[in-house]
Structure formats: structure tokens, C-alpha cells
Design a protein around this ligand. Structure first.
Ligand code: SF4
Length: 122
């Protein structure tokens, strides 16, 4: 298997070539160890931090930006976003508050990434 991946670990965005023969993985084009690790992870088990919004009731905004506390399998990101589109939470919310525990059994919690005050609070 041959694949080219773009490293997203830093703004340089190195283009990395990955070759997999059996259990042996060869990586070319990275400029640092972080890029090598990223490329191998991307081929073996690609993961992403999920970022999206959820509905919030009674808040100064109607949507709350959220993210996963850790990376989740890339192929589950869409399912998780759909799951989060079904929920609504109540204001007030503080940045870092738990929004959804262990989403789709990934082991990742979803947390708020900003404060949203209640409309009642002046
Ligand atoms: S390989 Fe290293 S230098 Fe290149 S984009 Fe990835 S982290 Fe940045």
C-alpha cells in the first residue's frame, strides 16, 4: 500500500509518502519525528479532534461550540456530529463544561469551548 498524507501537526504541512508492506511501514518526506508519528497513525488508525456546535436553550447564542477532549476515530466523526445534532442543552454554560459523556463509546467526552450566559442574566 502506498499513500501520501499531509501532516497537520504544524503549519508547514509537509507532504509525507507512506509505504506499507506487511507489517513494515516506511515514511518519507517528514521533517521531524512528530510528522513520522502522524503519518504512521494516519495509515494505521486515523483520528481527529471533533469540533462542531450543539443547540443551546435560554442562552445569548443559539449554538454552542464544542469539541472532543481527545481525538476520535476519523470514520466516527460524522456519526458523532449527527448524534450531537440531536441534543440540546440549557444555558448557562462555562467553557470546559461536559456536554456529552463518552460519545458513541469512543471514550471521548464532548466539552463546551466557550461560555454562554443565560438570557435571564444581566
Ligand atoms: S513533519 Fe514536522 S515539520 Fe512537517 S508538518 Fe509535520 S510536524 Fe510540521
Amino acid at each position: 500500500m502506498n499513500d501520501d498524507v499531509t501532516c497537520i501537526s504544524c503549519p508547514l504541512g509537509c507532504r509525507i509518502h507512506v509505504e506499507k508492506k506487511g507489517d513494515r511501514i516506511t515514511v518519507v518526506g517528514h521533517m521531524c519525528k512528530k510528522g513520522e508519528e502522524y503519518a504512521i497513525q494516519e495509515v494505521k488508525d486515523p483520528r481527529r479532534v471533533l469540533t462542531t456546535t450543539v443547540k443551546i436553550e435560554g442562552g445569548r447564542q443559539c449554538l454552542l461550540p464544542v469539541r472532543s477532549e481527545k481525538q476520535i476515530p476519523k470514520d466516527l466523526v460524522k456519526k458523532c456530529v449527527i448524534e450531537l445534532s440531536k441534543i440540546g442543552i440549557k444555558a448557562p454554560i462555562k467553557c470546559g463544561d461536559l456536554v456529552y459523556k463518552n460519545i458513541l463509546e469512543t471514550g471521548a467526552n464532548i466539552i463546551a469551548t466557550r461560555d454562554v450566559e443565560s438570557v435571564e442574566k444581566k
